[in-house]
Design a protein around this ligand. Sequence first.
Ligand SMILES: [Zn+2]
Length: 62
Amino acid sequence: MKKSMLQSCKACGKDISRYSPFCRNCGHPQGSMIAIGLIVLFLLMLLAYYIAFCMYGIALTK
Ligand SMILES: [Zn+2]
């Protein structure tokens, strides 16, 4: 049960949290799907905000 919460670091092999995007021992990035999902979500929100801001700006100038 405890094993399922852990994964081995790809760089140093030390057991780290499955949800940690970086190894706590050596700092090697683990390519966590949750971390990638959060980054993608953040970029999409930024893009949506940018598009909305541009459309609002165009609407004001008319
Ligand atoms: Zn490591």
